[in-house]
Design a protein around this ligand. Structure first.
Ligand code: HPA
Length: 275
């Protein structure tokens, strides 16, 4: 089966269960696990009920699509995503994003938890993603180009759209939320980085590091989606404190930032209905 056939098959399965047409696709990272409470839910579909669809194996990453409204904005929300380190081929990792575009979503709102590399970041900060470094993650567009999705050599000069970034920045200011800004880099994981790797990334101009998001943004950009992203700095990156890193620490810090994260995402998405 080709990648295009698989995407079409999954979209067909979803369409058997709901005819909801989203405008915004939202991927929930750590810390936004309870975000569904902010959605007026119209339909829910477990990934496991979509044949061929990748299912997350990480504790704390529930797996389902939630369709509904945030304010007036029709949204499809992914509660749980799969990561490359789980062993899925990269085409499966980006399959959900491609499906959401095929379902009608024009805007992609990416969220994640990440390690802060900037010295003036603290655990619990939120960071607007202004650009990304993808060179350490496999490019999901490698292989025959899928012309139905986009061109062979997509421009990447404004992946995170200025107009969406401005809305998120204004929304943060209106709600007294301190919002940092920076470049996000995806490494494959699952091991956290070494201090030497963090030093290298800092030298390269990277502000935050994680194990998701960048490949999804590449696939979405290929298909012409308007993309934005916010990262929850769940910890300072390796070597910046004396503490070893743990998944538990990442989850706890992300949970602590959840309220302001939810507020920022909700108020921004409400405004996205007008773009
Ligand atoms: N490194 C990579 N991924 C992460 C981190 C980190 O420090 N924190 C949360 N996700």
């Amino acid at each position: 089966m080709t990648i295009l056939e698989k995407v079409n098959l999954c979209v067909g399965e979803i369409r058997k269960k709901t005819d909801f047409v989203p405008k915004v696709a939202l991927i929930l990272g750590s810390g936004l696990g309870n975000y569904a409470n902010n959605i007026k839910i119209e339909a829910e579909i477990s990934y496991k009920d979509i044949p061929g669809f990748p299912v997350s194996t990480v504790p704390g990453h529930d797996g389902r699509f939630i369709f509904g409204y945030v304010g007036e904005t029709p949204v499809v929300c992914m509660k749980g995503r799969v990561h490359y380190y789980e062993g899925y081929p990269i085409s499966d990792v980006v399959l959900p994003v491609r499906c959401m575009k095929m379902l009608g979503a024009e805007v992609l709102f990416l969220t994640n938890a990440s390690g802060g590399i900037n010295y003036d970041f603290s655990a619990g900060d939120l960071m607007l993603i202004t650009d990304q470094v993808s060179i350490f993650a496999p490019n999901p567009l490698i292989g025959p180009n899928i012309d139905e999705f986009g061109v062979r050599f997509p421009d990447m000069s404004q992946v995170y759209r200025k107009e969406l970034c401005k809305i998120i920045k204004d929304t943060a200011a209106e709600n007294n939320i301190d919002l940092k800004e920076g470049v996000y880099c995806q490494l494959t994981g699952p091991s956290f980085e070494s201090p030497a790797e963090i030093k290298m990334l800092r030298t390269m101009g990277v502000s935050a590091v994680g194990m998701s998001t960048v490949v999804e943004a590449i696939a979405a950009n290929h298909m012409g989606m308007k993309i934005c992203g916010v990262s929850c700095i769940s910890n300072l990156a390796a070597g910046m404190t004396d503490n070893p890193l743990s998944h538990k620490e990442v989850q706890e810090a992300a949970d602590k930032a959840a309220l302001k994260f939810e507020l920022l995402v909700t108020k921004s998405i409400e405004k996205f209905n007008n773009i």
